[in-house]
Design a protein around this ligand. Structure first.
Ligand code: ADP
Ligand code: MG
Length: 342
């Protein structure tokens, strides 16, 4: 377990600044997810915490000790990558044992730790196999096992499930959360998948272009996004973000009069809009996706502005139909000209 504090972390490669002053505290035993679009600096921040990159400026503190000058090997962090990075010529056992043996841990202690980790991860029967004889999910479990045996203070995961198929990702997600429960370890988990972020995190850190946009519990971010970027990033399908002018010309004048005067952009989640003959907004349905338990409508409001609607259950609305939409006033999110929530 570990407490982590990042203070004014910046990172530049040559003349390009990738991290612009990151401040963040992660509590003992917390599961924190870094999420954001590709290239926003998630991996760089994780590697900086691990000691694989050194910050250009700022301080990294683990358990109240400044670790800026502490090497990656001595920081007590274990990192798990998307690419597994297993040694192909070694058995599962040796892949997990290798790091410990290198650290000079006695053979009996290595065996005890590897077997305990194998038990946790249901790898007992696979210990003599080579990585090529494993499925993607099993390989990822070995990579996680290699981290567990080192008993790190801090687990760092960089998109560990991205190479797995959808079904396996869901089951690995649950396995990782159960592991977190059992180990009570501090974990930081990077993903670009906002569903993973929503379902796994105690707290989510939303990043964009090397800055933190918002930190909060998943439902805090969903219910009260601090700005239009977070609003559009958290939630699936994405929130409809409509300029106030567009909403007005689309028939939403009555809605707008109830909103703050300097509202520049209005956010409406697809799942909070209702199809209602008495609704204010005419809606042209272009395409319907029937998913059984719910239906996703793609269409347009006003002068051809794209707008999505989710209905629970199976809809009878079909492509080409004109309907009307109602939006409960308390489901609207208002943002000013700078995209900040008002
Ligand atoms: P993410 O993990 O969020 O996709 P990264 O942290 O990998 O983003 O990258 C952030 C930015 O930093 C990208 O523009 C990337 O090209 C750049 N970058 C990452 N590592 C290096 C490096 N070693 N040298 C130069 N630029 C890098
Ligand atoms: Mg990355």
């Amino acid at each position: 377990m570990a407490h982590l504090a990042l203070s004014r972390i910046t990172k530049s490669f040559d003349r390009t600044t990738v991290l612009h002053g990151i401040d963040l505290t992660v509590e003992d035993g917390e599961f924190v997810v870094f999420v954001g679009p590709s290239g926003c600096g998630k991996s760089t921040l994780l590697r900086t915490i691990a000691g694989l990159e050194s910050p250009t400026s700022g301080d990294i503190t683990i358990d109240n000790q400044n670790v800026n000058a502490v090497s990656a090997a001595n920081r007590g962090c274990a990192m798990v990558f998307q690419s597994y990075a297993l040694y192909p010529h070694m058995t599962v056992y040796d892949n997990m044992a290798f790091g410990l043996e290198n650290m000079g841990v006695a053979k009996a202690a290595v065996a005890q730790k590897v077997n305990a980790a194998a038990q946790q991860l249901r790898l007992n029967d696979l210990l003599q196999r080579k990585p090529t004889q494993l499925s993607g999910g099993q390989r990822q479990r070995v990579a996680i096992g290699r981290a567990i045996v080192r008993e790190p203070k801090l687990f760092l995961f960089d998109e560990p499930l991205s190479n797995l198929d959808a079904e396996l990702r869901v089951s690995m997600r649950i396995e990782l959360l159960e592991l977190h429960e059992r180990l009570q370890a501090t974990m930081i988990y990077v993903t670009h998948d906002q569903v993973e972020a929503m379902t796994m995190a105690d707290r989510i850190v939303v990043m964009r272009s090397g800055k933190i946009e918002q930190v909060g519990a998943p439902l805090e971010l969903y219910n009260r996004p601090a700005n239009a970027f977070v609003a559009g990033f958290i939630g699936s399908p994405r929130m409809n973000l409509v300029a106030a002018d567009v909403l007005r010309s689309a028939g939403g004048d009555a809605l707008l009069t109830q909103l703050p005067a300097h509202t520049h952009t209005v956010g409406l989640r697809p799942e909070h809009v209702l199809i209602d003959d008495a609704g204010a907004l005419p809606y042209a349905v272009r395409h319907v996706e029937q998913m059984g338990a719910s239906s996703l409508l793609h269409g347009t409001i006003g002068d051809g502005v794209a707008f999505d609607v989710v209905c629970t259950g199976q809809t009878t609305v079909h492509a080409g139909q004109q309907v009307r939409l109602a939006a409960p006033i308390d489901a609207l999110h208002c943002f000013n000209a700078d995209g900040v929530r008002i």
